[in-house]
Design a protein around this ligand. Structure first.
Ligand code: FES
Ligand SMILES: [Fe+2]
Length: 377
């Protein structure tokens, strides 16, 4: 078996080491468009508030109106280009701080204060632009359309808004936190689906102190919408921690474009969902979100401690990508080796297929096949 050969039946996966290395070496910032991105936790945006965020290099202004509905404008005034965030929001429309032009939730001008009654301007043609927004399960998602800057109304219908399994639409996360990673979205995403760094990176006195004792793992995977999933399997009943969920505790991990990892633990009494979401700020910077939901009410008391631990964990990943930046400019070629790196390769293939489908104006076709991967971690 050469270093990248795969178990039988994985025909399309058979690439030479050179080909795979090239795919990874190209590790460009793929700012995939035509997808939903996690922009902010719902609780960070109160009624009558606006909040600027940068998504895929575009300035976006999130606003929650008086009635509680969220909308998103392109955060640039079409008059002289000043960001609208420096203006004012009355809970209905956003007024630019420079000359007072006012924009509604569709991103269309609705008032230009300097105009006299006999000076006619077609306001409907003056637009800052707006984005599709969805608020689900305590999270605000923004759809980044295929064409940059074109905002609402172009291109194909968006794919479904990402949803956390087994939870109602009104579910609120118990923990929401994020960190700025100074790396491309690809490198942040590879970190998500890399099963073998944990033993070396996520070590501490309270968690896996004997980190280097590697154990053999065998996991089954199958294609899923916009990605793949690790097939649901039982968690070891001898691990007492899982008993808080009840009997027959199982887990499923799903990975999807544009960089989502959704893990669900389900028992006879309770369930928990963890979401990691990669949101590119621009080509070189990425926000990594870590979010947890659970149905065990008493867990709320552990929230402050859990938040500290979650942030510590996330920061361990962040420190690695900071160090990685010191080497990347000198690395002409990177490698994806064997089963341990297979998911990174799947992600790369899916990203390329997504871009190709858009360029060829056709439906995305998931190129993955069911497969079993083995590694030591
Ligand atoms: S720059 Fe916005 S109203 Fe003039
Ligand atoms: Fe990690």
């Amino acid at each position: 078996m050469n270093s990248l050969s795969m178990p039988a039946g994985s025909g399309p996966e058979r690439e030479t080491e050179r080909e795979a290395a090239t795919a990874m070496g190209r590790s460009r910032a793929s700012l995939l468009r035509g997808l939903w991105y996690l922009a902010a936790p719902a609780r960070n945006l109160r009624r009558g508030e606006m909040r600027p965020v940068t998504l895929l290099g575009e300035p976006v202004l999130l606003c929650r109106d008086r009635a509680g509905a969220v909308f998103a404008l392109r955060d640039v005034c079409p008059h002289r280009g000043i960001p609208l965030r420096y203006g004012r929001f009355d809970g209905e429309t956003v007024m630019c701080g420079y000359h007072g032009w006012r924009f509604d939730r569709s991103g269309t001008a609705c008032e230009i204060p300097s105009l006299l009654p006999d000076q006619k301007v077609n306001l409907a043609r003056i637009r800052c632009g707006a984005y599709r927004v969805a608020e689900r399960q305590g999270l605000i998602w923004v759809f980044m359309p295929e064409q940059a800057g074109s905002a609402i109304g172009n291109g194909a219908e968006p794919p479904p808004v990402p949803e956390m399994p087994g939870l109602p639409e009104t579910a609120m996360p118990g923990i929401v936190t994020s960190m700025a990673f100074p790396c491309t979205a690809d490198h942040a995403a590879f970190g998500l689906m890399d099963p073998t760094h944990a033993a070396f990176v996520h070590t501490s006195w309270w968690w896996k102190r004997n980190a280097r004792k590697l154990r053999e793992k065998t996991k089954h995977f199958e294609p899923a919408p916009l990605g793949w999933r690790m097939v649901r399997h039982a968690l070891p009943p001898e691990n007492r921690a899982y008993r808080i969920f009840g009997e027959d505790v199982t887990t499923e991990i799903r990975y999807a474009l544009p960089g989502l990892r959704i893990e669900q633990v389900q028992g006879s009494r309770h369930s928990a969902v963890g979401l990691t979401a990669i949101t590119p700020v621009d080509a070189e910077n990425t926000r990594v979100w870590q979010i947890f939901y659970w149905t065990l009410p008493w867990l709320a008391v552990l929230k402050p401690l859990a938040l500290v631990l979650v942030r510590r964990f996330l920061d361990q990943d962040r420190q690695m990508v900071i160090k990685q930046q010191h080497g990347l400019p000198h690395a002409d070629r990177l490698m994806l080796v064997n089963d341990a790196d297979m998911q990174a390769r799947w992600f790369d293939r899916l990203s390329r297929e997504w871009e190709r489908a858009q360029a060829e104006d056709r439906a995305f076709a998931n190129p993955l096949q069911p497969q079993t991967l083995r590694w030591r971690s």
